[in-house]
Design a protein around this ligand. Structure first.
Ligand SMILES: Cc1cc2nc3c(=O)[nH]c(=O)nc-3n(C[C@H](O)[C@H](O)[C@H](O)COP(=O)(O)OP(=O)(O)OC[C@H]3O[C@@H](n4cnc5c(N)ncnc54)[C@H](O)[C@@H]3O)c2cc1C
Length: 190
């Protein structure tokens, strides 16, 4: 059992002074939401100034590849990824999107026999689709290889004085308890 979490910090980050307490986050789940959150956090001033630390845990044993259908990025999702990504990652994003030949951000509804039943076309020329794994790979690269703690599941968390107490379980009977300032899970970052 430990009372503290390991805090990720870049080697060239400015550290907080010894008197200033870092605000510690626990991010639950390394899906698109959790990875996007950490990607954005790492580019934030607060993180770079060493004022915020985080740990990200994922109950799956490793990065999954059985991720189902390609994902449709809404215009809001495209805008937020474009504003958050570094130029090299933006290039990877455009490249990944260019692989799927859907040329408008709209909806086509087909009957079960495959006949087009209804169609709306918005923003012609847009490539809104991306393979999940490709998006996750870009996000994981931004988070940093090896930073997600796989095989660790949050079992419960409860608000206590001075923070949130979190219980985790891992492989081979591993049990851990940490105290953080904020737990970020899907309900916080939809
Ligand atoms: C067939 C299908 C098609 C879809 N198409 C689209 C689409 O086109 N566009 C779109 O925006 N959305 C689509 N969705 C929804 C899409 O799945 C979500 O938008 C996206 O995957 C949500 O990402 P997420 O990170 O919130 O959740 P998830 O991808 O579910 O990631 C959550 C992660 O948290 C982990 N986790 C959960 N609980 C714990 C815990 N207690 N401790 C540790 N780890 C935990 C899980 O293992 C998982 O890896 C689709 C869904 C399906 C099923």
């Amino acid at each position: 059992m430990s009372n503290n979490i390991n805090v990720h910090q870049d080697a060239n980050d400015n550290s907080t002074s010894s008197t200033e307490k870092k605000f510690e986050l626990l991010v639950v789940g390394a899906g698109i939401a959790g990875l996007s959150f950490v990607y954005g956090l790492r580019r934030s001033e607060l993180y770079r100034e060493g004022k915020v630390g985080y740990k990200i845990v994922e109950r799956r044993d490793g990065p999954g590849t059985d991720l189902g259908y390609p994902i449709h990025l809404s215009s809001a999702a495209r805008k937020s990824l474009e504003s958050m990504f570094s130029p090299p990652d933006l290039e990877k994003l455009h490249h990944a999107r260019s692989k799927i030949p859907v040329y408008h951000d709209g909806i086509t509804v087909s009957s079960y026999r495959g006949k087009k039943a209804w169609r709306t076309v918005r923003e012609p020329g847009t490539r809104p689709m991306i393979e999940r794994e490709e998006l996750m790979e870009i996000l994981r690269g931004g988070v940093g290889v090896g930073e997600v703690e796989y095989g660790l599941e949050v079992v419960s968390h409860s608000q206590k004085e001075g923070g949130v107490e979190v219980k985790l379980k891992g492989r081979e009977g591993r049990r851990e308890e940490v105290k953080v300032d904020l737990v970020v899970d899907e309900s916080y970052i939809e």
